[in-house]
Design a protein around this ligand. Structure first.
Ligand SMILES: [Zn+2]
Length: 431
């Protein structure tokens, strides 16, 4: 106890003398000075209402697209063909879950930085509730994906961009859940998920220049970065970003449950036609919708171009596993229990080892392991590992493991995951 406290004081002094003890987002905290990129302005100008309407019409013409219905399948084929015509490589990601069988449509624009395997996902859902044509919810998000893909296809970015149209959203976010789970098991390095769901409506002057972000706490940095980008391009977009608390029922949440960052993005004004046969193209505000798509173009482009001087990826314990004394003995999908946040849950019975993969081209100063925001352990040599221990209140319950990396150049990055810890593992105890 005393030894640990002493170490903590020494570290705190070291950190403050290096003056990098700033509040950190999940990624780099030192941003470039605000600047507008000519290429991005050029992309923004190419986004136009006529093309957006055409993509949107191509989707809503099928009518209601309830997951598993024939219309839903026809819509998936339309999206596949549209991405293919744009010139991207496309694939169906088939899923079946909770009695539903359907497919997500995934188009990829590969990044050109050979040192980066980071992926930015931009998504929407093409399924609807029964009886609703879903013009706003969510053909607006999906047609924006096609518009963005068409324009951005002709430019190059450091990181890979994936445009994903999910199904199964209205029945329990099962399409995005299946995708996030599979991506996690593959080891995809997903940096951020920008989930567009209802971005086509405004009925007031104020609402006509606001796009809302609903980030979970760990993904606040996404809303902060997007707000800065909206400010930089304000003269060209006339749009700002408003940040609200997170909502767990959208397609970004399964990614968050599997340890990635993701945010739901929507218009501000209340939409009176949601989930009804009245959710049609005539009820959208096309001027606003086009502006919202332009803003997302700037945000997506800047995200995909951002330098990543350092990145932390927690590699153990694994999301969605039950551990007994550091052995993963159970697979815990629990995908139907999305409302209880049991998706991708990790349960520890007895002590388990936490480890992190640190990706950086700069010399590392140290790596710090925290539980619930409290310093636990630091490491300066690979492998970066810490045996999860100590008494954390509540003794049997949910905790957050967060790992920070600090480079000599003053860059900081972090990754975090939720853990259900069921152990009485006193620091020097046996279990
Ligand atoms: Zn929706």
């Amino acid at each position: 106890m005393n030894t640990r406290l002493y170490t903590l004081i020494v570290i705190t002094l070291l950190l403050s003398s290096a003056s990098i003890i700033t509040a950190s987002g999940d990624n780099t905290t030192s941003h470039q000075a605000s600047s507008i990129q000519e290429d991005i302005l050029e992309m923004i100008e190419q986004i136009n209402e006529t093309q957006l309407y055409s993509y949107h019409h191509g989707l809503v013409k099928f009518g209601p697209r309830y997951t598993g219905s024939i219309n839903c399948t026809l819509a998936a084929n339309y999206l596949y063909e549209s991405f293919e015509t744009i010139g991207l490589s496309v694939e169906f990601h088939d899923w079946h879950y909770a009695g539903f069988r359907s497919t997500n449509v995934v188009a990829t624009l590969p990044g050109n930085d050979p040192t980066s395997d980071a992926i930015i996902i931009i998504s929407g859902h093409y399924d609807t509730v029964q009886g609703a044509p879903g013009a706003d919810d969510d053909a607006s998000g999906v047609a924006a994906l096609l518009m963005l893909a068409q324009v951005m296809k002709n430019y190059s970015f450091n990181h890979t961009i994936r445009f994903i149209a999910f199904s199964g959203e209205e029945v329990g976010t099962f399409g995005s859940f299946s995708y996030a789970r599979d991506a996690y098991r593959r080891g995809d390095n997903i940096l951020a998920v920008l989930n567009l769901d209802m971005i086509g409506f405004a009925s007031t002057t104020d609402g006509g220049r606001i796009l809302r972000f609903f980030p979970p706490e760990r993904s606040q940095w996404m809303a902060e970065d997007a707000t800065r980008i909206a400010d930089d391009y304000y003269d060209h977009l006339d749009m700002t970003i408003e940040t609200l608390p997170s909502y767990i029922g959208a397609d970004n949440q399964p990614f968050v449950d599997y340890g990635y960052d993701g945010v739901w993005i929507a218009h501000r004004d209340g939409y009176p036609y949601g989930h009804s046969p009245e959710d049609t193209a005539e009820h959208l505000n096309w001027t606003y919708y086009t502006k919202a798509t332009k803003l997302m173009c700037a945000v997506l482009a800047e995200f995909a171009l951002q330098p990543l001087p350092v990145q932390v990826i927690i590699t153990a314990p694994l999301e969605g596993k039950g551990y007994v004394f550091n052995k993963p003995v159970m697979k815990l999908d629990l995908g139907k229990f999305w409302y209880a946040r049991w998706r991708g849950a990790t349960v520890l019975l007895g002590r388990a080892v936490a480890s992190a993969d640190i990706r950086t081209t700069e010399p590392l100063r140290y790596v710090i392991f925290c539980i619930d925001g409290n310093f636990m352990f630091w490491d300066s040599e690979p492998p970066y590992e810490w045996k999860i221990q100590g008494l954390h209140w509540p003794l049997f319950g949910r905790h957050t493991l967060k790992v920070y990396a600090y480079t000599e150049n003053g860059h900081i990055a972090s990754d975090q995951m939720d853990l259900r810890i069921f152990t009485l593992s006193y620091q020097y105890g046996l279990w």
